[in-house]
Ligand binder design. Structure first.
Ligand SMILES: [Zn+2]
Length: 423
């Protein structure tokens, strides 16, 4: 770091953070005996880079197995880990063990010691310690399927995924009927959908979340009510037969899914809700990248001007498209969650572009997007470095001074998400 970067970074480190997106456990209660560093660290991200580098599915399973000795499991991943150590995912984990356990990186010489430290720290309070004391995160927005379960309000708020009503199969019908809901038509389905939305709003969710790019295109056509109603009726008949026979899942046809998304957005538009949308790269080892192109949402931005769309992950690699949409639409926001570890270089380039093109109150600077808290710490170290570096470059170019750079960082990391999610 040069002196200007360092000067800005010193101040950025002091700024509290509102974290727009996490998948963390709801509570800070862990069983130390059951806690395992490689099981957790290979839940996602690093496991995908290791797979990308050549690790097989079977090897990954062995490496995550709590029944084998840790040093043996390390030997399985070690050659691939070296190829991945310099990616954002690899760097975040090394930074995490340095900052949290005072251990210099994850390697043959440190893995057993780290395994022991990891179990010890899982005792009550580790998650709170990392989030509050180490990270200075005031609140995180949890993306959870279990929004009915109680959660620690001092750490979290919720986003609700309405996906099970939209990319639904007969399983959703079965579960609704078990709860005493009668479904004989599209109208019944819509009623159940609205009731679920109301219930979640009563519970205090601060955003809706659309993660459907994992399963389908983000292009939602306008479908008329009569077509949707008739298609739904056909599907309902097929669902009942499938439930009787125990056959494979049958999804609602795309046209009905599209109709339901427009229905939801009408409801959201009337209430001025925020919808977080997964755009761009898909986690895992293979999927349809172009399903997450942000411009596929263009018609929704036009049709629902009161819905605030928080576009996730800088839409990597469609960052330019995301920037243009954020610039064009008052209701489109750009969210850097996950971005600083997907590629620190891409995050820096995108942020530099966003700051030149988009009003800075539209940019959310950080969301950890991890299922285990140590990752959040490593990610935030990288995020603060990247944000400071980009701001220092702007100062060097004479765009603004150091004081303004720090004010912008405060907006990205704290004020913007606080305003967007009314926290
Ligand atoms: Zn996520």
């Amino acid at each position: 770091m040069d002196s200007l970067w360092l000067e800005i970074h010193d101040q950025v480190k002091q700024i509290p953070v509102i974290d727009t997106h996490e998948h963390l456990p709801h509570h800070d209660r862990f069983d130390p005996a059951d806690s395992d560093i490689l099981f957790d660290y290979l839940l996602h991200y690093m496991s995908s880079d290791l797979r990308s580098a050549g690790l097989s599915v079977e090897e990954l399973e062995q490496a995550r197995s709590k029944h084998l000795p840790l040093d043996e499991r390390w030997e399985i991943v070690a050659p691939y880990w070296e190829f991945c150590r310099c990616t954002g995912y690899g760097r975040a984990l090394d930074l995490a063990v340095q900052g949290i356990y005072g251990v210099d990186g994850i390697r043959k010489e440190t893995i057993v010691e780290l395994g022991t430290l990891y179990k010890q720290r899982r005792a009550e309070g580790h998650m709170r310690f990392v989030l509050k004391d180490l990270c200075r995160i005031e609140l995180s927005i949890l993306d959870s399927w279990a929004s009915h379960e109680p959660y620690d309000r001092e750490l979290f708020r919720y986003a609700w995924q309405p996906t099970p009503f939209i990319t639904a199969s007969q399983d959703k019908l079965r579960r609704l009927e078990e709860q005493g809901v009668t479904v004989n038509s599209l109208d019944d389905w819509l009623q159940a959908f609205s009731a679920a939305l109301e219930e979640n709003l009563r519970r205090g969710v601060v955003a809706l979340k659309n993660a459907m790019a994992y399963e389908r295109t983000l292009y939602y056509e306008k479908v008329d009510y009569a077509s949707a109603k008739s298609l739904f009726a056909d599907t309902l008949t097929a669902w009942r037969t499938a439930l009787e026979r125990g056959s494979d899942p049958i999804l609602l046809p795309k046209a009905v899914q599209d109709f339901l998304m427009h229905y939801l957005l009408k409801e959201a538009d009337a209430r001025g809700l925020v919808m977080q949308v997964h755009t761009g790269i898909l986690e895992g080892s293979g999927n349809v990248l172009a399903n997450g192109r942000p411009s596929l949402l263009n018609n929704l931005f036009l049709d629902y001007p009161n819905v605030k769309f928080d576009m996730f992950h800088i839409s990597y690699p469609y960052c330019g498209e995301a920037g243009a949409l954020g610039k064009m639409f008052p209701n489109v926001y750009l969210d850097m969650c996950w971005a600083h570890i997907i590629s620190p270089a891409a995050a820096a380039a995108a942020l530099s572009d966003f700051l030149d093109a988009v009003p800075y109150n539209k940019i959310m600077g950080f969301g950890g997007d991890y299922g285990f808290v140590d990752g959040v710490y490593g990610h935030l170290v990288l995020a603060r470095e990247t944000i400071s570096r980009v701001l220092a470059e702007k100062v060097r170019l004479g765009v603004f001074g150091v004081d303004q750079a720090v004010r912008i960082a405060e907006h990205l990391l704290y004020k913007n998400p606080k305003v967007l999610f009314s926290l």
